[in-house]
Write a protein that binds this ligand. Sequence first.
Ligand code: C2O
Ligand code: CU
Length: 607
Amino acid sequence: MGVMKNHLVGDLIVGCLCLFLILCCMADDHYYDFYVTEKNITNPCASKNFALVVERVPGQTIHVHRGDTAFINVHNNGTYGITIHWHGVKQPRNPWSDGPAYVTQCPIKPGKNFTYEVLFSEEEGTLWWHAHSGWSRATVHGAIAVLPHKDTPFPFDPQPYKEHVIVLGEWFSGNMTEFFDTEEKRHTRTSLSDAYTINGLFNCTADEGYRLVVESGRTYLLRIVGASMDHEMFFAVADHNLTVVGQDGSYVKPITTTYIMITPGQTFDILLTADQLPSCYYMAVGPYNDGGNHAQRNSSIATAILQYKSTSCPPIIPFPNQLPKVADTVSAKNFTDQIKSRDSVNLPEKPDDKIFIAVAVSHQLICGKVHASLNNISFVHPKIDILQAYHRSLPNIYETDFPHQPASTTLNFTGDDSLKFEFPILGTKILMIEYNRSVEIVFQGTNLGAENHPMHLHGYSFYVVATGDGNFNETEYKNNLNLIDPPYLNTVGVPRNGWVAIRFVANNPGVWFMHCHLERHAMWGMDTAFIVTNGITENQSIREPPNGLPECSSSYNTTTSNFDADENTELEDATPLEKWSGIISSWNVICFTLLITVFSFIYVFIR
Ligand code: C2O
Ligand code: CU
């Protein structure tokens, strides 16, 4: 009898536990349709004739719980090829839905559609989505809100009363899609944006722009997205403190601050309590650039308004004086250095593999083009995506000899030796990583194009274990090493003339892009990709390709390993005529004429 009872109790407990697990941890599927169209968009201060958008700028926010799946059917109703990337979503075993053009897929052609299966796993917090073909992400982007498991509170207090998305972007009055459509244009200096934006808007007077209405005494969760194209940003709200609780879809030890610094690609979860005199307050965003050339960059500031309910604006709109100035590296560093993961991770002392990557931008030489490089390799996008080439074993699409370190690791990178990176090799060179290896990458900034480079890795988050000024050095590395609670990010700023070390375990097989998230640098070639090989079991291997993957324009002949025809239906490819007219373009003509004139003068003079 007693035994029976024990059995019953036991079964009951097991049953309850199962029910609890099912209820609490059941993952949901979500379905979205994104229609990419071209339309005229306007701002209170400026109208724009043409932009590629998903409805509006920013586009809609995707809402999921931890571990859910989102099926997003992207319909291309525009006239250019497009892809969309789910920035910071690891997509376990599913690089097919990651999105970077010519890395994991070819663009979705006009009139076609493709359903991305976006797999959430350990992410929790704010992430975002954006176009990943050409410069279209300037207007094609939006936030992703990943809530904790159903019926689970946020792991911080107070629980927010409401949440709001704040996307920090950049406004270009030109047509971004056509701006950089030929190889020739892609390697010239880019023009500046016209303004910075908060939720797509910027203001000429206090009445315009984005307005966030709050109730006095309440706490709000702000989901902040760094969607700017080419600038790191400072953000502040006048007279209010910000409490940072998460970054890049992972929780951090709460930090109370009066401003944040956010690089393109990064996201923050921030608590703001409406605890000031009911009134109107400015929120402001301005650039951070420590490259010394900030005078040449867009140094304007955009504002929005935080308005307490049932007050009207004005009377008081104080400007956030705590917003650091454009070249304020001390403030940028003071903020970044405070960030630590909420939970302890205790990483192993030594990684399996070490990779050292020197990051450089070579300046425009006489008659030359601008190139950016990683270990002296300037990345060239192939005509067929690397993932497909890898899956089908197509030769001649990419090479696997991306160097594990530059010619030497003891160069004076931040000094004269940086000139060794002035003439990078062009190629589609990628790096093979064996499944489950623990990898450490040291990114070393150089004196070429010295400024912060926000390096972003697809398919993973990584621990930022150490950082330092100047050339990498072992002693400084050992002294600074944080293996306990390092920040867990997907985008990290490599400091100007400094270095940063990151760690991850290669447990997500696939083809994963890695690049600088300053769009001009990515365009100039500061990119590479990792192929993480399959493990032994099916659960450790890349999934089978989904149906309906976009076709590539170039058809690849498997017998000759060559391209049959190049239809050039995509924006990415220039026609031969365009290419030649590009080469004989104004800059080259002026440059050659100047050179010939100079040499003629020298010749006449010597004679
Ligand atoms: Cu935010 Cu390669 O992307
Ligand atoms: Cu860069």
